[in-house]
Ligand binder design. Structure first.
Ligand code: CTP
Length: 216
């Protein structure tokens, strides 16, 4: 199967010296790409700005903003459709939900910044992929939550019409941004879930790929 994986943060520039972003390191997405390649899939990572080595056997497209990430994913899904290939998208990137309405080409002076930052929504990459026709074989999302992770994950799963969402309570020890481990659940649109104990991101990634391979 062709597997496209988004990973890392996106950057939304305000001016040449400032951007909006988040603490994602890309580790989860890179682990998913690695696990998928080891299981023999044809894998492309679409990566935001991260400091990670490309896993062996994985193709990589580097992007900066959410709109660039969206365009890169759409191009890869178009190519898979043209080739008549079965394709899955794993949306592991922490995409910035908003971007400045305008990016200034000149550096803004701090005295001029008060009240000037108007935000507009970025495209939702996972949601757009799940609405494509033909629909990809599987579209998988992530939900990093503080509190009831399963509830937030189920909302995202249904709202974006995903096949399942990997729910992660980032307020729990050992789970979240930059950690080597995660304690996750898979939330399915029918309300069912699979709960896993704390394990390495590498093992979480392998479980995600096995779930994607599942035909039923
Ligand atoms: N996602 C995406 N494109 C976006 C935003 C999110 O593909 N523009 C994907 C992420 O890769 C992840 C999932 O959607 O798989 C996260 O959902 P999202 O609703 O963005 O999560 P939050 O920003 O945490 O949402 P909220 O603040 O509403 O809880």
């Amino acid at each position: 199967m062709k597997i496209v994986v988004t990973a890392g943060p996106t950057r939304e520039f305000i001016d040449p010296a400032r951007f909006l972003s988040n603490p994602s390191t890309g580790r989860m997405g890179f682990a998913v790409a690695d696990a998928a390649a080891r299981r023999g899939h044809d894998v492309t990572l679409v990566a935001g700005p991260v400091a990670l080595k490309t896993p062996r056997g994985v193709k990589r497209v580097d992007v900066v903003s959410a709109r660039e990430m969206n365009a890169a994913v759409a191009a890869l899904l178009d190519a898979a459709d043209s080739a008549g290939a079965r394709v899955a998208l794993v949306a592991a990137a922490a995409v910035a939900d908003w971007r400045p309405a305008r990016t200034s080409q000149l550096k803004l002076r701090k005295a001029d910044m008060k009240g000037v930052l108007r935000l507009v929504r970025n495209p939702d990459i996972a949601k757009a992929a799940a609405r494509r026709r033909p629909r990809p074989f599987k579209v998988v999302g992530f939900a990093a939550e503080t509190g009831d992770a399963l509830c937030g994950a189920l909302d995202k799963c249904r709202g974006k019409r995903l096949d399942f969402v990997v729910a992660n309570d980032i307020s729990r020890a050992g789970s979240g941004f930059g950690t080597a481990t995660d304690e996750v659940s898979f939330a399915f649109p029918d309300g069912s879930h699979k709960d896993f104990p704390l394990m390495s991101k590498r093992k979480v990634a392998l479980n995600i790929i096995k779930e994607i391979e599942n035909e039923d």
